[in-house]
Design a protein around this ligand. Structure first.
Ligand SMILES: Cc1cc2nc3c(=O)[nH]c(=O)nc-3n(C[C@H](O)[C@H](O)[C@H](O)COP(=O)(O)O)c2cc1C
Length: 140
């Protein structure tokens, strides 16, 4: 299986998430930060994963622009990951909406609420690895 992972991070939590995924996923995994890949010419893959923080009451803007600019992704399968500090709100629905517009097909989603001080890379709550293992199991 081939996986392409696109992420955006400010403090490192989303990087930690995608690095963990890269170790767990069986197959060929490519990881790009949003400014390292071209959304109009994505590498071929069986699954695409998008992992991003929420900022300023929305999906972080670089990830939002990346998703809006995707091209030729019809029928491609994806998983989405959102980290956020707010208790009751995550941005998975927004991510899904943007990718549905590209005719992509969702197979997995997971969100992580950051704990305590949100401005460090240690904000993932205990049990985050198990949540990601369950996410990984759906990318098949
Ligand atoms: C400028 C800024 C704005 C933020 N706005 C929100 C927000 O509106 N809602 C929210 O749930 N979290 C918000 N956060 C918290 C981030 O979602 C959190 O720091 C991030 O998910 C951590 O991931 P990262 O380490 O990969 O950057 C904000 C953080 C920053 C720095």
């Amino acid at each position: 299986m081939r996986f392409v992972i696109i992420y955006w991070t400010r403090f490192g939590n989303n990087k930690k998430i995608v690095d963990y995924l890269a170790e767990k996923l069986q197959g060929e995994v490519q990881i790009f930060k949003t400014d390292e890949a071209n959304p109009a010419a994505m590498p071929e893959a069986d699954f695409y994963v998008f992992s991003s923080a929420a900022e300023a009451f929305r999906l972080q803007k670089n990830m939002m622009a990346f998703m809006k600019n995707l091209q030729n992704m019809d029928g491609k399968k994806y998983g989405i990951i959102n980290t956020h500090a707010m208790k009751k709100r995550n941005w998975l629905k927004k991510m899904e909406k943007l990718l549905t517009k590209k005719n992509m097909v969702k197979v997995a989603e997971v969100d992580f609420r950051m704990e305590g001080d949100v401005d460090n890379a240690e904000g993932l709550q205990e049990g985050w690895e198990a949540k990601l293992d369950a996410f990984c199991a759906k990318l098949k």
